[in-house]
Ligand binder design. Structure first.
Ligand code: NG1
Ligand code: ZN
Length: 558
Protein backbone atom coordinates (compact mmCIF):
# COMPACT_ATOMS: atom_id res chain seq x y z
CA UNK A 1 0.00 0.00 0.00
CA UNK A 2 1.31 3.43 -0.88
CA UNK A 3 1.11 5.58 2.20
CA UNK A 4 4.02 7.87 2.96
CA UNK A 5 6.35 6.90 5.83
CA UNK A 6 5.04 9.78 7.94
CA UNK A 7 1.45 8.90 7.26
CA UNK A 8 2.12 5.22 8.05
CA UNK A 9 3.87 6.14 11.30
CA UNK A 10 0.97 8.36 12.24
CA UNK A 11 -1.57 5.62 11.49
CA UNK A 12 0.44 3.15 13.54
CA UNK A 13 0.56 5.59 16.45
CA UNK A 14 -3.21 6.09 16.25
CA UNK A 15 -3.75 2.33 16.26
CA UNK A 16 -1.42 1.82 19.23
CA UNK A 17 -3.27 4.55 21.12
CA UNK A 18 -6.58 2.83 20.47
CA UNK A 19 -5.14 -0.52 21.57
CA UNK A 20 -3.66 1.06 24.68
CA UNK A 21 -6.98 2.62 25.60
CA UNK A 22 -8.76 -0.73 25.29
CA UNK A 23 -5.99 -2.70 26.95
CA UNK A 24 -6.11 -0.45 30.01
CA UNK A 25 -9.72 -1.56 30.51
CA UNK A 26 -8.59 -5.20 30.50
CA UNK A 27 -5.37 -5.44 32.51
CA UNK A 28 -3.69 -8.82 32.83
CA UNK A 29 -4.12 -10.24 36.33
CA UNK A 30 -0.81 -10.66 38.18
CA UNK A 31 0.60 -14.12 38.88
CA UNK A 32 -1.36 -15.84 36.13
CA UNK A 33 0.50 -17.63 33.38
CA UNK A 34 -1.53 -18.44 30.27
CA UNK A 35 -0.85 -21.12 27.68
CA UNK A 36 -2.58 -21.57 24.33
CA UNK A 37 -2.99 -25.34 24.53
CA UNK A 38 -4.80 -28.05 22.57
CA UNK A 39 -8.12 -26.36 23.26
CA UNK A 40 -6.92 -22.75 23.05
CA UNK A 41 -6.93 -20.82 26.33
CA UNK A 42 -9.07 -22.41 28.99
CA UNK A 43 -9.35 -21.48 32.66
CA UNK A 44 -11.66 -19.77 35.17
CA UNK A 45 -13.72 -17.20 33.26
CA UNK A 46 -12.78 -14.50 35.78
CA UNK A 47 -9.16 -14.75 34.59
CA UNK A 48 -9.97 -14.39 30.91
CA UNK A 49 -11.04 -10.81 29.96
CA UNK A 50 -7.49 -9.63 29.20
CA UNK A 51 -6.91 -12.79 27.19
CA UNK A 52 -10.01 -12.14 25.04
CA UNK A 53 -8.87 -8.59 24.33
CA UNK A 54 -5.47 -9.85 23.22
CA UNK A 55 -6.88 -12.78 21.22
CA UNK A 56 -8.80 -10.19 19.20
CA UNK A 57 -5.51 -8.50 18.31
CA UNK A 58 -3.99 -11.78 17.17
CA UNK A 59 -7.08 -12.77 15.17
CA UNK A 60 -6.87 -9.47 13.30
CA UNK A 61 -3.14 -9.89 12.64
CA UNK A 62 -3.74 -13.41 11.32
CA UNK A 63 -6.56 -12.26 9.04
CA UNK A 64 -4.51 -9.33 7.71
CA UNK A 65 -1.50 -11.62 7.25
CA UNK A 66 -3.74 -13.87 5.12
CA UNK A 67 -4.99 -10.94 3.05
CA UNK A 68 -8.32 -10.63 4.75
CA UNK A 69 -9.24 -14.32 4.93
CA UNK A 70 -11.91 -14.82 7.61
CA UNK A 71 -10.66 -16.02 10.98
CA UNK A 72 -13.00 -17.49 13.62
CA UNK A 73 -13.03 -16.93 17.37
CA UNK A 74 -14.99 -19.31 19.60
CA UNK A 75 -15.64 -18.56 23.26
CA UNK A 76 -16.30 -21.83 25.07
CA UNK A 77 -14.92 -24.23 27.63
CA UNK A 78 -16.59 -27.25 26.06
CA UNK A 79 -17.25 -29.95 28.68
CA UNK A 80 -15.64 -28.04 31.56
CA UNK A 81 -17.78 -26.84 34.48
CA UNK A 82 -19.67 -23.57 34.21
CA UNK A 83 -17.20 -21.26 36.05
CA UNK A 84 -14.60 -22.03 33.39
CA UNK A 85 -14.48 -20.52 29.97
CA UNK A 86 -12.05 -20.40 27.10
CA UNK A 87 -11.27 -19.11 23.67
CA UNK A 88 -9.78 -20.58 20.54
CA UNK A 89 -9.04 -19.34 17.06
CA UNK A 90 -10.18 -20.98 13.86
CA UNK A 91 -8.10 -20.79 10.68
CA UNK A 92 -9.64 -19.93 7.26
CA UNK A 93 -9.99 -23.61 6.26
CA UNK A 94 -12.19 -24.13 9.34
CA UNK A 95 -9.38 -26.00 11.07
CA UNK A 96 -7.64 -25.19 14.33
CA UNK A 97 -5.19 -22.25 14.43
CA UNK A 98 -1.87 -22.93 12.71
CA UNK A 99 0.33 -24.34 15.52
CA UNK A 100 3.15 -21.88 14.77
CA UNK A 101 0.80 -19.08 15.84
CA UNK A 102 -0.16 -20.70 19.16
CA UNK A 103 3.06 -19.40 20.61
CA UNK A 104 2.23 -15.81 19.57
CA UNK A 105 -1.12 -16.15 21.31
CA UNK A 106 0.64 -17.25 24.49
CA UNK A 107 3.16 -14.40 24.24
CA UNK A 108 0.47 -11.73 23.81
CA UNK A 109 -1.65 -13.15 26.64
CA UNK A 110 1.27 -13.00 29.06
CA UNK A 111 2.44 -9.42 28.47
CA UNK A 112 2.37 -8.00 31.99
CA UNK A 113 1.54 -4.39 31.10
CA UNK A 114 -0.10 -2.32 28.38
CA UNK A 115 3.35 -1.03 27.36
CA UNK A 116 4.72 -4.52 26.90
CA UNK A 117 1.58 -5.52 25.02
CA UNK A 118 2.07 -2.63 22.58
CA UNK A 119 5.72 -3.40 21.97
CA UNK A 120 5.00 -7.14 21.54
CA UNK A 121 2.20 -6.30 19.13
CA UNK A 122 4.53 -4.07 17.10
CA UNK A 123 7.24 -6.73 17.09
CA UNK A 124 4.73 -9.33 15.89
CA UNK A 125 3.55 -7.07 13.06
CA UNK A 126 7.16 -6.83 11.83
CA UNK A 127 8.20 -10.40 12.59
CA UNK A 128 5.09 -11.91 10.95
CA UNK A 129 5.28 -9.45 8.06
CA UNK A 130 1.73 -8.20 8.56
CA UNK A 131 0.60 -5.36 6.34
CA UNK A 132 -1.80 -3.45 8.58
CA UNK A 133 -3.44 -1.91 5.51
CA UNK A 134 -4.80 -5.29 4.50
CA UNK A 135 -8.47 -5.94 5.30
CA UNK A 136 -9.42 -8.22 8.21
CA UNK A 137 -12.53 -10.34 8.66
CA UNK A 138 -13.47 -11.96 11.92
CA UNK A 139 -16.46 -14.17 12.73
CA UNK A 140 -17.12 -15.05 16.37
CA UNK A 141 -19.53 -16.88 18.62
CA UNK A 142 -19.93 -18.11 22.17
CA UNK A 143 -21.59 -20.97 23.98
CA UNK A 144 -24.28 -20.51 26.67
CA UNK A 145 -22.01 -19.93 29.68
CA UNK A 146 -23.10 -16.94 31.81
CA UNK A 147 -19.56 -15.52 31.58
CA UNK A 148 -19.81 -15.45 27.77
CA UNK A 149 -21.32 -11.97 27.21
CA UNK A 150 -18.64 -10.14 29.21
CA UNK A 151 -15.88 -12.05 27.48
CA UNK A 152 -17.39 -11.21 24.12
CA UNK A 153 -17.32 -7.51 25.16
CA UNK A 154 -13.58 -7.83 25.85
CA UNK A 155 -13.11 -9.47 22.45
CA UNK A 156 -15.10 -6.74 20.74
CA UNK A 157 -13.04 -4.07 22.52
CA UNK A 158 -9.94 -5.60 20.94
CA UNK A 159 -11.55 -5.71 17.50
CA UNK A 160 -12.87 -2.15 17.82
CA UNK A 161 -9.36 -0.83 18.36
CA UNK A 162 -8.84 -1.36 14.62
CA UNK A 163 -11.85 0.77 13.73
CA UNK A 164 -12.80 0.35 10.07
CA UNK A 165 -9.81 -1.90 9.51
CA UNK A 166 -11.84 -4.94 10.57
CA UNK A 167 -15.15 -6.38 9.45
CA UNK A 168 -16.89 -8.48 12.07
CA UNK A 169 -19.67 -11.03 11.94
CA UNK A 170 -21.16 -12.14 15.27
CA UNK A 171 -23.02 -15.45 15.24
CA UNK A 172 -24.21 -14.85 18.81
CA UNK A 173 -24.74 -18.10 20.70
CA UNK A 174 -23.90 -21.16 18.65
CA UNK A 175 -21.96 -24.41 18.70
CA UNK A 176 -18.23 -24.72 18.08
CA UNK A 177 -18.70 -26.81 14.91
CA UNK A 178 -21.21 -24.34 13.45
CA UNK A 179 -18.66 -21.56 13.93
CA UNK A 180 -16.04 -23.71 12.18
CA UNK A 181 -18.52 -24.42 9.37
CA UNK A 182 -19.26 -20.72 8.87
CA UNK A 183 -15.55 -19.87 8.76
CA UNK A 184 -14.90 -22.57 6.16
CA UNK A 185 -17.95 -21.66 4.09
CA UNK A 186 -17.11 -17.92 4.20
CA UNK A 187 -13.63 -18.56 2.86
CA UNK A 188 -14.78 -21.00 0.20
CA UNK A 189 -14.91 -18.76 -2.82
CA UNK A 190 -16.41 -21.52 -5.02
CA UNK A 191 -19.58 -21.33 -2.90
CA UNK A 192 -19.83 -25.12 -3.08
CA UNK A 193 -19.33 -25.80 0.62
CA UNK A 194 -22.60 -24.10 1.57
CA UNK A 195 -24.08 -20.79 2.64
CA UNK A 196 -21.90 -19.21 5.35
CA UNK A 197 -24.75 -18.95 7.86
CA UNK A 198 -26.35 -21.07 10.58
CA UNK A 199 -29.29 -21.53 8.26
CA UNK A 200 -26.95 -22.66 5.47
CA UNK A 201 -25.49 -25.24 7.83
CA UNK A 202 -28.92 -26.64 8.72
CA UNK A 203 -30.05 -26.75 5.12
CA UNK A 204 -26.92 -28.47 3.90
CA UNK A 205 -27.19 -31.21 6.51
CA UNK A 206 -30.94 -31.67 6.16
CA UNK A 207 -30.61 -32.08 2.41
CA UNK A 208 -27.80 -34.67 2.70
CA UNK A 209 -29.64 -36.55 5.45
CA UNK A 210 -32.79 -36.73 3.32
CA UNK A 211 -30.76 -38.08 0.39
CA UNK A 212 -29.39 -40.77 2.66
CA UNK A 213 -32.46 -41.87 4.59
CA UNK A 214 -35.42 -40.02 3.10
CA UNK A 215 -37.05 -43.25 1.96
CA UNK A 216 -36.38 -45.06 5.25
CA UNK A 217 -38.12 -42.70 7.68
CA UNK A 218 -39.41 -41.82 10.06
CA UNK A 219 -36.56 -43.39 12.01
CA UNK A 220 -36.90 -44.78 15.53
CA UNK A 221 -37.06 -42.01 18.15
CA UNK A 222 -33.75 -40.84 19.58
CA UNK A 223 -33.11 -39.37 23.05
CA UNK A 224 -30.56 -36.54 22.96
CA UNK A 225 -28.89 -35.23 26.12
CA UNK A 226 -27.83 -31.68 25.22
CA UNK A 227 -25.67 -31.20 28.38
CA UNK A 228 -27.80 -28.10 29.18
CA UNK A 229 -25.67 -26.34 26.62
CA UNK A 230 -25.75 -24.69 23.24
CA UNK A 231 -26.38 -28.04 21.51
CA UNK A 232 -29.98 -27.71 22.72
CA UNK A 233 -30.50 -24.61 20.56
CA UNK A 234 -28.71 -26.13 17.59
CA UNK A 235 -30.74 -29.32 17.81
CA UNK A 236 -34.02 -27.39 17.99
CA UNK A 237 -33.07 -25.28 14.97
CA UNK A 238 -31.97 -28.29 13.00
CA UNK A 239 -35.05 -30.41 13.70
CA UNK A 240 -37.22 -27.47 12.68
CA UNK A 241 -35.42 -27.53 9.31
CA UNK A 242 -35.44 -31.30 8.94
CA UNK A 243 -39.04 -32.10 9.90
CA UNK A 244 -40.24 -35.51 11.09
CA UNK A 245 -37.68 -37.79 9.48
CA UNK A 246 -35.78 -38.24 12.74
CA UNK A 247 -38.03 -37.88 15.84
CA UNK A 248 -35.77 -36.59 18.65
CA UNK A 249 -36.53 -36.26 22.37
CA UNK A 250 -34.22 -33.48 23.59
CA UNK A 251 -33.17 -33.78 27.25
CA UNK A 252 -31.08 -31.41 29.39
CA UNK A 253 -31.98 -28.29 27.47
CA UNK A 254 -31.92 -25.92 30.49
CA UNK A 255 -29.41 -23.47 29.06
CA UNK A 256 -30.55 -20.71 31.40
CA UNK A 257 -30.34 -22.64 34.68
CA UNK A 258 -27.24 -21.60 36.65
CA UNK A 259 -24.83 -24.47 37.25
CA UNK A 260 -26.67 -26.92 35.00
CA UNK A 261 -24.20 -26.93 32.09
CA UNK A 262 -22.35 -30.28 31.88
CA UNK A 263 -23.51 -31.04 35.43
CA UNK A 264 -24.27 -34.76 35.77
CA UNK A 265 -24.90 -34.89 32.04
CA UNK A 266 -23.18 -34.53 28.70
CA UNK A 267 -20.73 -36.65 26.72
CA UNK A 268 -17.81 -36.24 29.11
CA UNK A 269 -19.89 -37.31 32.13
CA UNK A 270 -21.14 -40.40 30.31
CA UNK A 271 -17.72 -41.37 28.93
CA UNK A 272 -15.73 -40.89 32.12
CA UNK A 273 -18.33 -42.22 34.57
CA UNK A 274 -19.47 -44.92 32.17
CA UNK A 275 -23.06 -44.51 33.27
CA UNK A 276 -26.37 -42.95 32.20
CA UNK A 277 -26.88 -39.31 33.11
CA UNK A 278 -29.41 -39.42 35.99
CA UNK A 279 -31.71 -37.15 33.96
CA UNK A 280 -31.84 -39.66 31.13
CA UNK A 281 -32.74 -42.41 33.60
CA UNK A 282 -35.43 -40.20 35.08
CA UNK A 283 -36.92 -39.63 31.63
CA UNK A 284 -38.21 -43.19 31.70
CA UNK A 285 -35.61 -44.13 29.18
CA UNK A 286 -34.59 -47.27 31.03
CA UNK A 287 -38.00 -48.83 30.53
CA UNK A 288 -37.32 -48.83 26.84
CA UNK A 289 -34.70 -51.51 26.41
CA UNK A 290 -32.47 -51.38 23.41
CA UNK A 291 -33.49 -47.76 22.76
CA UNK A 292 -30.51 -45.63 21.91
CA UNK A 293 -29.69 -42.26 23.40
CA UNK A 294 -26.78 -39.91 22.88
CA UNK A 295 -25.08 -37.11 24.78
CA UNK A 296 -23.50 -33.96 23.35
CA UNK A 297 -20.90 -32.01 25.30
CA UNK A 298 -21.25 -28.35 26.32
CA UNK A 299 -20.32 -26.88 22.93
CA UNK A 300 -21.66 -29.80 20.86
CA UNK A 301 -18.44 -30.96 19.25
CA UNK A 302 -18.47 -34.35 20.97
CA UNK A 303 -21.04 -37.11 21.02
CA UNK A 304 -21.33 -40.54 22.60
CA UNK A 305 -24.21 -43.00 22.31
CA UNK A 306 -25.45 -45.57 24.84
CA UNK A 307 -28.34 -47.90 25.59
CA UNK A 308 -29.62 -50.37 28.16
CA UNK A 309 -28.57 -53.93 27.47
CA UNK A 310 -31.68 -56.08 26.85
CA UNK A 311 -30.93 -59.07 29.03
CA UNK A 312 -28.11 -57.95 31.27
CA UNK A 313 -29.93 -54.76 32.21
CA UNK A 314 -26.66 -52.85 32.16
CA UNK A 315 -25.43 -49.57 30.73
CA UNK A 316 -23.68 -50.03 27.39
CA UNK A 317 -21.49 -47.27 25.96
CA UNK A 318 -21.07 -46.62 22.24
CA UNK A 319 -18.23 -44.12 22.28
CA UNK A 320 -16.05 -42.47 19.65
CA UNK A 321 -14.27 -45.76 18.94
CA UNK A 322 -17.54 -47.56 18.34
CA UNK A 323 -18.65 -44.75 16.02
CA UNK A 324 -15.34 -44.83 14.10
CA UNK A 325 -15.48 -48.60 13.63
CA UNK A 326 -19.09 -48.68 12.47
CA UNK A 327 -18.63 -45.73 10.13
CA UNK A 328 -15.33 -47.00 8.67
CA UNK A 329 -16.80 -50.44 7.99
CA UNK A 330 -19.88 -48.92 6.37
CA UNK A 331 -18.01 -46.45 4.19
CA UNK A 332 -15.57 -49.24 3.26
CA UNK A 333 -18.53 -51.34 2.10
CA UNK A 334 -19.88 -48.42 0.08
CA UNK A 335 -16.49 -47.96 -1.62
CA UNK A 336 -16.53 -51.65 -2.53
CA UNK A 337 -20.09 -51.39 -3.86
CA UNK A 338 -19.18 -48.31 -5.92
CA UNK A 339 -17.01 -50.63 -8.05
CA UNK A 340 -14.51 -47.91 -8.92
CA UNK A 341 -11.78 -48.72 -11.43
CA UNK A 342 -8.19 -49.44 -10.37
CA UNK A 343 -7.24 -45.82 -11.24
CA UNK A 344 -10.09 -44.45 -9.20
CA UNK A 345 -9.34 -46.58 -6.12
CA UNK A 346 -10.07 -44.71 -2.87
CA UNK A 347 -8.06 -45.39 0.28
CA UNK A 348 -9.91 -45.32 3.57
CA UNK A 349 -8.22 -45.33 6.94
CA UNK A 350 -8.92 -44.67 10.60
CA UNK A 351 -6.98 -42.38 12.91
CA UNK A 352 -7.05 -42.99 16.66
CA UNK A 353 -5.14 -41.93 19.76
CA UNK A 354 -3.68 -44.09 22.51
CA UNK A 355 -7.03 -43.72 24.33
CA UNK A 356 -8.76 -45.87 21.70
CA UNK A 357 -9.92 -49.12 23.19
CA UNK A 358 -7.56 -51.95 22.26
CA UNK A 359 -10.49 -54.02 20.98
CA UNK A 360 -11.45 -51.35 18.45
CA UNK A 361 -7.92 -51.21 17.00
CA UNK A 362 -7.77 -55.00 16.83
CA UNK A 363 -11.17 -55.18 15.14
CA UNK A 364 -10.11 -52.75 12.41
CA UNK A 365 -6.63 -54.08 11.74
CA UNK A 366 -7.89 -57.68 11.60
CA UNK A 367 -10.21 -56.51 8.81
CA UNK A 368 -7.37 -54.84 6.91
CA UNK A 369 -8.50 -51.31 7.66
CA UNK A 370 -5.37 -49.20 8.16
CA UNK A 371 -5.17 -47.52 11.56
CA UNK A 372 -2.83 -44.66 12.44
CA UNK A 373 -2.18 -43.76 16.09
CA UNK A 374 -1.35 -40.12 16.81
CA UNK A 375 -0.90 -37.90 19.85
CA UNK A 376 -3.97 -36.58 21.65
CA UNK A 377 -5.39 -33.36 20.26
CA UNK A 378 -7.72 -32.81 17.36
CA UNK A 379 -5.11 -31.14 15.16
CA UNK A 380 -3.00 -34.32 15.15
CA UNK A 381 -5.97 -36.51 14.23
CA UNK A 382 -7.21 -34.10 11.59
CA UNK A 383 -3.86 -33.88 9.83
CA UNK A 384 -3.31 -37.65 9.86
CA UNK A 385 -6.82 -38.20 8.46
CA UNK A 386 -6.04 -35.86 5.57
CA UNK A 387 -3.51 -38.42 4.34
CA UNK A 388 -6.32 -40.79 3.32
CA UNK A 389 -8.91 -40.31 0.58
CA UNK A 390 -11.51 -40.96 3.23
CA UNK A 391 -10.05 -40.45 6.70
CA UNK A 392 -12.17 -41.42 9.67
CA UNK A 393 -10.93 -39.97 12.94
CA UNK A 394 -12.46 -40.14 16.37
CA UNK A 395 -11.16 -39.71 19.86
CA UNK A 396 -12.62 -42.26 22.26
CA UNK A 397 -14.33 -39.34 24.03
CA UNK A 398 -16.54 -38.77 20.99
CA UNK A 399 -14.78 -35.95 19.15
CA UNK A 400 -14.31 -36.82 15.52
CA UNK A 401 -15.35 -36.61 11.93
CA UNK A 402 -14.69 -38.10 8.50
CA UNK A 403 -12.63 -36.18 5.96
CA UNK A 404 -13.10 -36.62 2.22
CA UNK A 405 -10.09 -35.51 0.17
CA UNK A 406 -10.50 -33.37 -2.95
CA UNK A 407 -9.37 -36.42 -4.89
CA UNK A 408 -12.13 -38.54 -3.34
CA UNK A 409 -14.82 -35.98 -4.25
CA UNK A 410 -13.46 -35.52 -7.76
CA UNK A 411 -13.24 -39.27 -8.30
CA UNK A 412 -16.75 -39.91 -7.03
CA UNK A 413 -18.22 -37.08 -9.09
CA UNK A 414 -16.45 -38.35 -12.21
CA UNK A 415 -17.03 -42.08 -11.73
CA UNK A 416 -19.21 -44.01 -14.19
CA UNK A 417 -21.47 -46.39 -12.29
CA UNK A 418 -21.54 -49.96 -13.56
CA UNK A 419 -24.90 -50.89 -11.99
CA UNK A 420 -27.75 -49.36 -10.01
CA UNK A 421 -25.98 -50.59 -6.88
CA UNK A 422 -22.76 -48.81 -7.77
CA UNK A 423 -24.70 -45.66 -8.70
CA UNK A 424 -26.37 -45.67 -5.30
CA UNK A 425 -23.10 -46.28 -3.48
CA UNK A 426 -21.51 -43.29 -5.25
CA UNK A 427 -24.55 -41.13 -4.52
CA UNK A 428 -24.46 -42.09 -0.83
CA UNK A 429 -20.71 -41.51 -0.49
CA UNK A 430 -21.16 -38.01 -1.92
CA UNK A 431 -24.11 -37.37 0.39
CA UNK A 432 -21.98 -38.45 3.39
CA UNK A 433 -19.31 -35.96 2.32
CA UNK A 434 -22.01 -33.25 2.55
CA UNK A 435 -23.51 -34.49 5.81
CA UNK A 436 -20.24 -34.76 7.70
CA UNK A 437 -18.63 -31.56 8.96
CA UNK A 438 -15.35 -31.30 7.04
CA UNK A 439 -13.83 -28.79 9.42
CA UNK A 440 -14.09 -30.35 12.87
CA UNK A 441 -15.87 -32.90 15.09
CA UNK A 442 -19.56 -32.04 15.26
CA UNK A 443 -22.06 -33.71 17.60
CA UNK A 444 -25.09 -32.88 15.47
CA UNK A 445 -23.52 -33.93 12.18
CA UNK A 446 -22.02 -37.07 13.77
CA UNK A 447 -25.42 -37.94 15.23
CA UNK A 448 -26.91 -37.81 11.74
CA UNK A 449 -24.01 -39.84 10.41
CA UNK A 450 -24.65 -42.57 12.99
CA UNK A 451 -28.39 -42.48 12.35
CA UNK A 452 -27.88 -42.77 8.60
CA UNK A 453 -25.54 -45.75 8.96
CA UNK A 454 -27.88 -47.50 11.42
CA UNK A 455 -30.82 -46.92 9.06
CA UNK A 456 -28.89 -48.36 6.10
CA UNK A 457 -27.73 -51.37 8.07
CA UNK A 458 -31.20 -51.84 9.56
CA UNK A 459 -29.56 -51.93 12.99
CA UNK A 460 -30.50 -50.78 16.46
CA UNK A 461 -27.97 -50.07 19.20
CA UNK A 462 -27.47 -53.76 20.19
CA UNK A 463 -26.54 -54.80 16.64
CA UNK A 464 -24.12 -51.89 16.39
CA UNK A 465 -22.62 -52.85 19.75
CA UNK A 466 -22.22 -56.50 18.77
CA UNK A 467 -19.16 -55.87 16.55
CA UNK A 468 -16.61 -56.12 19.35
CA UNK A 469 -16.45 -56.06 23.14
CA UNK A 470 -14.61 -53.13 24.72
CA UNK A 471 -11.79 -54.05 27.07
CA UNK A 472 -12.61 -52.75 30.56
CA UNK A 473 -10.73 -49.48 31.02
CA UNK A 474 -10.12 -46.68 33.50
CA UNK A 475 -9.11 -43.05 33.05
CA UNK A 476 -7.69 -41.41 36.17
CA UNK A 477 -6.83 -37.76 36.70
CA UNK A 478 -3.80 -37.35 38.96
CA UNK A 479 -2.98 -33.92 40.34
CA UNK A 480 0.77 -33.46 40.64
CA UNK A 481 2.90 -30.49 41.76
CA UNK A 482 4.56 -30.14 38.35
CA UNK A 483 3.18 -31.97 35.34
CA UNK A 484 5.97 -30.73 33.09
CA UNK A 485 8.30 -33.44 34.47
CA UNK A 486 6.17 -35.97 32.56
CA UNK A 487 7.21 -36.10 28.93
CA UNK A 488 5.47 -38.52 26.58
CA UNK A 489 6.79 -40.05 23.37
CA UNK A 490 5.71 -42.54 20.67
CA UNK A 491 2.28 -40.94 19.99
CA UNK A 492 2.01 -40.54 23.78
CA UNK A 493 1.99 -44.28 24.36
CA UNK A 494 5.18 -44.12 26.42
CA UNK A 495 6.94 -41.81 28.86
CA UNK A 496 10.44 -40.58 28.07
CA UNK A 497 10.64 -38.78 31.43
CA UNK A 498 10.88 -39.17 34.39
CA UNK A 499 13.63 -41.62 33.52
CA UNK A 500 12.80 -45.17 34.61
CA UNK A 501 9.08 -44.69 35.15
CA UNK A 502 8.14 -46.29 31.80
CA UNK A 503 9.88 -49.54 32.80
CA UNK A 504 7.84 -49.68 35.99
CA UNK A 505 4.61 -49.07 34.07
CA UNK A 506 5.48 -51.88 31.67
CA UNK A 507 6.23 -54.20 34.55
CA UNK A 508 2.77 -53.44 35.99
CA UNK A 509 1.20 -54.06 32.55
CA UNK A 510 2.78 -57.48 32.32
CA UNK A 511 1.17 -58.51 35.60
CA UNK A 512 -2.41 -58.33 34.23
CA UNK A 513 -3.91 -60.13 31.28
CA UNK A 514 -4.09 -57.96 28.15
CA UNK A 515 -2.83 -55.06 30.23
CA UNK A 516 -2.10 -51.71 28.57
CA UNK A 517 -1.44 -48.49 30.39
CA UNK A 518 0.09 -45.13 29.60
CA UNK A 519 0.62 -41.78 31.26
CA UNK A 520 0.65 -38.31 29.74
CA UNK A 521 0.36 -34.73 30.96
CA UNK A 522 -3.00 -33.17 30.06
CA UNK A 523 -2.92 -30.37 27.53
CA UNK A 524 -6.09 -28.76 28.87
CA UNK A 525 -5.98 -29.24 32.63
CA UNK A 526 -3.33 -29.05 35.32
CA UNK A 527 -3.07 -32.80 35.79
CA UNK A 528 -1.54 -36.01 34.54
CA UNK A 529 -3.83 -38.65 32.99
CA UNK A 530 -3.44 -42.35 33.63
CA UNK A 531 -5.15 -44.76 31.25
CA UNK A 532 -5.39 -48.48 31.98
CA UNK A 533 -7.16 -51.30 30.24
CA UNK A 534 -7.14 -55.06 30.84
CA UNK A 535 -9.10 -58.22 30.22
CA UNK A 536 -11.25 -57.86 33.34
CA UNK A 537 -12.64 -54.92 35.24
CA UNK A 538 -10.81 -55.97 38.39
CA UNK A 539 -7.51 -56.07 36.53
CA UNK A 540 -8.17 -52.71 34.83
CA UNK A 541 -8.80 -51.25 38.31
CA UNK A 542 -5.68 -52.74 39.80
CA UNK A 543 -3.51 -51.61 36.87
CA UNK A 544 -4.92 -48.08 37.10
CA UNK A 545 -4.22 -47.99 40.85
CA UNK A 546 -0.67 -49.32 40.48
CA UNK A 547 0.22 -46.85 37.73
CA UNK A 548 -1.40 -43.95 39.61
CA UNK A 549 0.76 -44.81 42.61
CA UNK A 550 3.84 -44.92 40.40
CA UNK A 551 3.01 -41.44 39.05
CA UNK A 552 2.56 -40.07 42.56
CA UNK A 553 5.82 -41.63 43.65
CA UNK A 554 7.68 -40.19 40.67
CA UNK A 555 6.32 -36.72 41.42
CA UNK A 556 7.39 -36.95 45.04
CA UNK A 557 3.91 -37.21 46.49
CA UNK A 558 4.31 -40.44 48.44
P1 NG1 B 1 -6.18 -33.51 27.50
O1 NG1 B 1 -6.63 -32.68 28.67
O2 NG1 B 1 -4.89 -33.06 26.86
O3 NG1 B 1 -6.18 -34.96 27.88
C1 NG1 B 1 -8.64 -33.53 26.44
C2 NG1 B 1 -9.02 -34.83 25.79
C3 NG1 B 1 -8.53 -34.81 24.37
C4 NG1 B 1 -9.07 -33.61 23.60
C5 NG1 B 1 -8.81 -32.33 24.38
C6 NG1 B 1 -9.44 -31.12 23.75
C7 NG1 B 1 -9.08 -37.09 26.78
C8 NG1 B 1 -8.37 -38.14 27.54
N1 NG1 B 1 -8.39 -35.96 26.51
O4 NG1 B 1 -7.24 -33.38 26.33
O5 NG1 B 1 -8.86 -36.01 23.76
O6 NG1 B 1 -10.44 -33.77 23.31
O7 NG1 B 1 -9.26 -32.46 25.75
O8 NG1 B 1 -10.68 -30.79 24.24
O9 NG1 B 1 -10.25 -37.27 26.44
ZN1 ZN C 1 -16.44 -29.73 23.18
Amino acid sequence: MSSSPTKAAHEHAVLLNAIAEGANQYPKPEHVNYTYGTAGFRTLASKLPSVLFRVALLAVLRSKRLEGATIGVMVTASHNPEPDNGVKLVDPSGEMLDPTWEHHATTLANCPTTESLLSTFTTLVTHLRVDLHQPANIVYARDTRPSGPDLIKALEAGLNAFGDGVKVNSLGVTTTPILHYVVKATNDKTGEYGQPTVEGYNQKMAKAFKTLVGNKGPLAPLYVDCANGVGANALADFTATLGDLLPVHPLNTATGTPGALNHHCGADFVKTKQQFPPSVQAAGFLNKRGTRACSFDGDADRIVYYYLHESKNTFRLLDGDKIAVMVAMFLGDLIAKAKLTEDEKLYLGVVQTAYANGSSTKYLTSRNIPVTCVSTGVKHLHHAAQRYDIGVYFEANGHGTVLFSDNAIKTLKGASPTSPESANAIKYLLAFSELINQAVGDALSDMLLVEAVLAHRGWGAPEWDAGYEDLPNRLVKVEVPDRSIFVATDAERKLAYPVGLQEHIEEAMRKVEMGRSFVRPSGTEDCVRVYAEAKSSVEADSLAITVTDLVKLASGQV
